[in-house]
Design a protein around this ligand. Structure first.
Ligand code: CTP
Length: 403
């Protein structure tokens, strides 16, 4: 349980703060909502008070004996402002403290995350650009807004990211602090999900990969400043804000999408579960059930995308990150298998999930070990997929893929 101050500024996206508040409460946190006066034009204080079970005030003149203008910021584990308007960014950058939220931002010693939402013109205005740069230089995490439909008919960058994404950022920052902006100017390619190898127009061989880990890796890279392309194989997930998403179906399409872009990027992270085999024959009409014996599906091998990238590299770029889910067996323990796979793939980093009854390591499936080609290893304790994503980017930085 952490103490979170949820600041809400006066933009239309203020309504989304209710969903975010529910998620933060659902994650077990104690949340105090601190709106600006303008935010109260969009959402009534009673809504946040009822959802949070905490009093809601925007001015410094309520409950003065409890000195909330100092105490709230001092005692918080995280201050998250969503949405943050251009006005709040400006006030935060200049240290103005004419309301409770301004005071909280000045007294907070904990991580501060601002999630801006505004019209594109305001986001791109030099004043806002300068304010965001100032805040980031002071260690504040300012999340880039999503592209998409804004209030009215216009669209562009300026939307508040979805509540689920913001809650994931909150968890990660609570666990590991504000991530560095070490991928500014870098281009990153991430694969996610699981391929489907079609037998006929309605049937396929597939796997249960949801794509959540790859999406978390893409979102974390974006928040560290990278330009991100996500090759997504059959993921039922909303597009991460500000990330180019390329949907693909099968291993062949995934390989084509990755190979077409790998030459222009600094890092490739292969988080997708790529099928090792596909049906030798694809029937373009639905295969009928026939009597007299069971059908046999002949398989042929798919190309290994990651190994192919490693083999065709003509220098250190792009840096290649592979994933491996391993169990132990009678032959070897999971980490021995992982080191063998790492060597066979020829990548620079390997993220190993030890799954099932690992003989050597009793670890949760969310926990991982990151192996570097120079022999270094990092243990990532049980935590969220976003937290593991940050650890992957930390490791990329450590082996020279960041700046
Ligand atoms: N991979 C790939 N192309 C394939 C299969 C896997 O690029 N045809 C990548 C995955 O994206 C992952 C890594 O290789 O980053 C390891 O995947 P995994 O399925 O564990 O490896 P395999 O070589 O298929 O080994 P296993 O025999 O354990 O299935």
């Amino acid at each position: 349980m952490a103490r979170v101050v949820l600041g809400v500024a006066g933009g239309i996206a203020a309504y989304k703060s209710c969903e975010l508040l529910r998620r933060l409460i659902g994650d077990g946190h104690e949340v105090r909502v601190v709106p600006t006066r303008a935010a109260l034009e969009f959402v009534g204080a009673a809504t946040w008070a009822a959802l949070s079970g905490q009093p809601v005030a925007h001015a410094v003149w309520s409950d003065v004996h409890e000195v909330p203008h100092v105490r709230l910021g001092q005692e918080a584990d995280l201050v998250l402002v969503a949405p943050a308007t251009a006005d709040v960014l400006a006030r935060a950058a200049h240290g103005l403290a004419d309301d409770l939220l301004g005071n909280v931002l000045l007294t907070a010693r904990c991580p501060v995350v601002l999630a801006p939402a505004m019209h594109t013109e305001m986001w791109q205005h030099p004043a806002t650009v300068a304010n965001v740069a100032t805040l980031r230089s002071r260690g504040v995490m300012v999340i880039d807004p999503a592209h998409g439909r804004l209030t009215g008919a216009d669209s562009g960058p300026g939307r508040l990211p979805e509540a689920a994404e913001l809650a994931a950022v909150a968890e990660s920052v609570l666990a590991g602090g504000v991530p560095p902006r070490d991928l500014v100017g870098r281009r990153v390619l991430v694969s996610a999900g699981g391929t489907r190898e079609m037998l006929d127009p309605v049937r396929f061989l597939g796997n249960r990969s949801s794509g959540k880990q790859g999406y978390a890796i893409a979102a974390a890279a974006r928040d560290r400043g990278a330009q991100v392309t996500l090759v997504a194989a059959n993921c039922a997930l909303p597009d991460p804000a500000g990330v180019e998403v390329v949907p693909v179906l099968d291993a062949a399409a995934l390989q084509a999408a990755i190979n077409a872009r790998a030459g222009q990027v600094d890092v490739v992270v292969m988080a997708a579960a790529v099928a090792d085999y596909r049906p030798a024959v694809y029937s373009d009409v639905k295969v009928k059930k026939v009597g007299g014996g069971l059908p046999v599906v002949e398989l042929v091998e798919n190309p290994d995308v990651l190994a192919g990238l490693a083999a065709s590299r003509r220098g250190p770029a792009p840096l290649l990150v592979g994933f491996a889910a391993e169990t132990g067996d009678s032959d070897a323990d999971p980490l021995t298998h992982a080191w063998r796979k790492f060597a066979a793939k020829g990548c620079d980093l390997m993220v190993v999930n030890v799954v099932g009854d690992g003989v050597a390591f009793e670890v949760d499936t969310n926990a991982a070990r990151i192996l570097a080609v120079d022999g270094r290893q990092w243990d990532v304790p049980h935590g969220s997929k976003r937290r593991l994503a940050e650890a992957v980017w930390d490791a990329v930085g450590a082996v020279g893929g960041g700046d």
